[in-house]
Design a protein around this ligand. Sequence first.
Ligand code: PLP
Length: 484
Amino acid sequence: MAANRLAPSAALVASVSQGAQQQELYDTRALQKLDSAHYMHPFTDHQELAAKGARVMVRGEGIYLWDSEGKKILDGMSGLWCVNVGYGRTSISEAVYRQMETLPFYNSFFNTTNVPAVRLAALLVELSPPQFNHVFFTGSGSEGNDTNLRMVRRYWELMGCPERQTIISRHNAYHGSTVAGSSLGGMGGMHAQGGLPVPGIVHIGQPNYVEAGRGMTEDQFGLAAAGWLEAKILELGADKVAAFIGEPVQGAGGVIIPPATYWPEIQRICDQYGVLLIADEVICGFGRLGAWFGSELMGIRPDLITFAKGVTSGYVPLGGVLVGDRVADVLIEKGGDFNHGFTYSGHPVACAAALENIRILLDERLVEQVAQSTGPYLKERFASLADHPLVGYADSCGFVAGLNLVRKKGAVVHDCEAFKPEQGVGMICRGYMFGNGMIMRAVGDRMIIAPPLVMTKAQIDEMIGKIRFCLDATLADLQARGWM
Ligand SMILES: *Cc1c(COP(=O)(O)O)cnc(C)c1O
């Protein structure tokens, strides 16, 4: 039913103003009906959504969310890997409000700038590894990776090597959902729709020890997996390769933590062949791994770093690229106009949110806390789940962690017996988690978390308790089906 836009009905006006009030009571069924009638969700099967109805989130505080039915939920995923400082931070909303009152928007084209964007650029340079002195702002991580693609190709044109165009990425990587982002990413399901990846992007295997490391130690496997990059460079010819891109720890691909030998060998190979190194730190940045940037932890010196998510803790969308001196110097000294940018590059409100978010991370020493106290505690408590009959393997790095659900445990991870993919055991487990007030995500049969960095040790205990309870419920269910 189309509304009359010139003379909107009282009901339509009321439904819009409802959002502005702090309503405590919601008509969940009505919202679900409107949702499935009109709202196309990202990465969603809409027939399934319509049948089940979406869960309506209405409020957040610290590490907890509340839905429209009043149910309290422990958010083990920080929204979508982003709410690093937790929900309900009044000082961020106040900073955003003040900036909106002062200057809600101005662009950074045509030789203009704004105060929060300048301050944030300078602060990010201070927090990042020494080779970074410049920042390019975007509205999201995907746009950051689009920027990387254009920037590295532009760099090689300016260097007099216009044939160095190919970017090497990895299977099962996630680099966003724009055409460039999803092409750089290595998700088979995304590539299967709409003719992706675009030309000039190729993929090698991911450093997934559980899947591909049989017969090797982790350290041997790390070197072997890095070797796939060298083999690909030699196959293509180094004079054709512009850059390699990777997440320090793969997030959406299932929290794949590479062996310690992997990244230093990748760095050595990039150095040897002059290939630019792009670290996609959209998840790993801003304390997620117990360091400001995951690159520092992995011992690499990337030329470009993509950031988003944790830079504002998701309160307002913001992303961008830290541009290392090797690239920035050439673009600035030889490049003239770089014909690239977004209306919302350096958006003053988003930058104000980021400044306050980073102040909180610094003031509350949250990065240090994850590195020295809560991160090690999570590692120990999460590893204790490996004694559960369903858990074949559990590991973590800072505040990301994952465990593999298996039908039968083995002496080494490669001897575990997996469930059949079509049984959808991960999704069954996720259902028990969600139903019991715990958000844990399933990637195949790997269950993953990325909790807010403010999570305390007592809250880690609470979370581990919930996870164990839901693993038990999943086990009982699978036994009842005769799958165990
Ligand atoms: C989420 C994510 C992106 C995409 O960011 P958007 O803000 O959703 O565009 C890119 N890279 C990584 C590693 C991500 O996790």
